[in-house]
Design a protein around this ligand. Structure first.
Ligand code: ZN
Length: 138
């Protein structure tokens, strides 16, 4: 499944988020957690923002999150998305983990989106072949 046209650049992993994207490539949405205090964080980083520990663990996301916020893009800011407007950019929350991820809701018209609605994790592919977490309304 693709949501964005293939010309839209995919993620370019950095040292800090390489494992996150590798897990995504295996269609496993996981969040970095602190192995000292247990709190999750996203995006991944070298130190826990809560206790400063550099000990890392990973926690798999539940299959359903909720729509925390969203916007609908009507004006194409780049030529690569001209054929895709209007599209949504959604912030999906996993309250039990205390993290949020930026994504898209693939099966929702702009008027279908409601704050707090449950969203199921599905997988898509960016133009560079990277598997990316997407969401669909249930
Ligand atoms: Zn910590």
């Amino acid at each position: 499944m693709t949501y964005m046209p293939p010309d839209v650049p995919g993620p370019d992993p950095s040292f800090d988020d390489r494992e996150y994207w590798e897990r995504c490539q295996h269609r496993r949405l996981s969040f970095q957690a602190c192995a000292s205090c247990g709190k999750c964080r996203h995006p991944p980083g070298p130190l826990c923002p809560y206790c400063g520990s550099d000990r890392v663990a990973w926690v798999d996301a539940p299959p359903v999150g909720e729509l925390f916020s969203y916007t609908v893009i009507h004006h194409p800011a780049h030529e690569a998305v001209r054929s895709r407007v209007p599209y949504n950019v959604a912030i999906v929350a996993f309250p039990e983990l205390g993290v949020r991820v930026i994504s898209n809701v693939v099966n929702a018209a702009p008027g279908d989106l409601q704050f707090g609605m449950p969203l199921r994790l599905v997988w898509g592919e960016a133009g560079n072949g990277q598997s990316i977490p997407l969401f669909e309304k249930i």
